[in-house]
Design a protein around this ligand. Structure first.
Ligand code: FAD
Length: 398
């Protein structure tokens, strides 16, 4: 890309940017990982544009921080395996900024249908090399003595799953990108993208001509695509999280514990516990204020497996919400757009965008450099699937 001599890498003034090879719209975990993998592959002229004043201020900053490979489809498992390894490596090279802790994920069910589902997904996970254990109630108590195991019919545990610090991930990715001379245009809104050779990105700070545009706009992916006349099947839903005040007498490190029968999950957060629950009946929304009704929904469910938290005081300072951009089958879309091959969609990651970020970045990089992705089979992520029969749905959606 053209830039006047003397400009510091990563801090170009907006007026200096006239041409790029790839414009990545969105500096969340997805856009940052896309930019990093592009630069690692030697792609020059990568410009990341975000309307916020810093990186990672969208859904990324609201995430729970779980990273797990216990999914139910091959592509999601492969994406997690790849990304978790890259996050581990980034943790090593970024002075532990990623905050990676391999505390494991524990899935629990007390129903026959739940047991069948866990058994089926464990078979797939193990066939793809994941070390997922099948636990008895006794073994669950050994790992997590606070869990109510009455009526438990099945549990799976993968010790390689864990938690990260979403802010740390964004910072570490940003630093790595800037080291590789990626250009960031922050405080800059993308107003319009139009095709052609080159394509043109109209921003609040001027136009950029580019070979490729990557839609990594998270919950605003639908809106961005619409600005190019493309209708993406991605809708956002509000998801809430709440932390308790300090709860004494429990280990500092516990697995992410998921009650599959109610959808409630818990993990340690400081001296308290963080509680999550995603109501599948929630309507589409762009609202990011914490919903107080979330606490009622949790109160009605948490006693099933985590009765010790039934009376735990919630910290009002530590309740927040964010948006899951979801597709109908709970898989992301990673594809060049039919009729607009310059426009690459990397969208619809729901509640698993951090744990899939590096794989998404790798897939987009290969689409740009080779015209196809060979590291993963991303056929299940193609855009055209929504108009075809036989949807394959990811069911381990938390
Ligand atoms: C409550 C909650 C819990 C979650 N828990 C987890 C978890 O445990 N593990 C996990 O892996 N994931 C989790 N997620 C999901 C995760 O946060 C995201 O999938 C991930 O951070 C990737 O986000 P993103 O980069 O796609 O979007 P974002 O982080 O939202 O980034 C998109 C960026 O695009 C920018 N943008 C949009 N439109 C424009 C425009 N027109 N011009 C300029 N900039 C634009 C926005 O400003 C934003 O910064 C959770 C999400 C929520 C809300």
């Amino acid at each position: 890309m053209n830039r006047p001599s003397g400009s510091a890498p990563g801090s170009l003034a907006a007026k200096d940017v006239r041409r790029a090879r790839v414009v990545v719209v969105g500096a969340g975990a997805i856009g940052l990982a896309v930019a990093l993998q592009l630069r690692r592959a030697g792609v020059d002229g990568v410009v990341v544009v975000d309307r916020n004043a810093s990186v990672g201020m969208g859904s990324t900053s609201r995430a729970n921080g779980g990273v797990r490979a216990q999914f139910t489809t091959s592509v999601n498992i492969a994406f997690s395996q790849f990304t978790i390894e890259k996050l581990r490596q980034l943790h090593e090279t970024a002075s532990a900024q990623v905050g990676f802790q391999a505390v494991g994920y524990l899935f629990l069910t007390g129903t026959d249908a739940g047991e069948i589902a866990l058994r089926r997904s464990r078979e797939l996970q193990r066939s793809l090399g994941l070390d997922v254990r099948w636990l008895s109630a006794r073994e669950v108590i050994d790992i997590a003595p606070f869990i109510r195991v009455d009526g438990l019919s099945a549990a799976t545990f993968c010790a390689d799953d864990g938690i990260i610090d979403p802010h740390g991930v964004a910072s570490a990715l940003w630093t790595a990108c800037r080291r590789l001379e990626t250009t960031f245009l922050l405080d800059t809104e993308v107003l319009e993208v139009t095709g052609g050779s080159p394509a043109r990105v109209r921003t609040s700070s001027g136009d950029i001509e580019t070979e490729f545009v990557v839609n990594a706009a998270g919950p605003f992916a639908h809106e961005l695509a619409a600005r190019a006349g493309i209708d993406l099947p991605v809708v956002s839903r509000r998801r809430n999280l709440a932390c308790t005040e300090a709860v004494a007498g429990f280990p500092a490190a516990i697995p992410m514990c998921v009650d599959n029968d109610t959808g409630v999950l818990i993990r340690r957060e400081g001296a308290g516990f963080l509680i999550g629950f995603s109501d599948p009946a929630d309507p589409p929304s762009m609202e990011t204020a914490f919903d107080p009704a979330f606490l009622d929904a949790v109160a009605a469910r948490i006693g099933n497996r985590f009765p010790f938290l039934e009376n735990a005081p919630i910290s009002p300072r530590k309740c927040w919400a964010g948006l899951y951009p979801e597709t109908p089958d709970h898989h992301a879309i990673i594809d060049s757009t039919p009729g607009a091959p310059w426009f690459i969609q990397c969208v619809g990651f729901g509640g698993h965008g951090i744990m899939h970020s590096f794989a998404a970045g790798q897939a987009v990089t290969e689409l740009i450099t080779d015209g196809r992705c060979t590291s993963f089979d991303i056929h299940p992520l193609r855009l055209s699937r929504f108009s075809e029969p036989g949807a394959v749905v990811e069911t381990a959606v938390l």
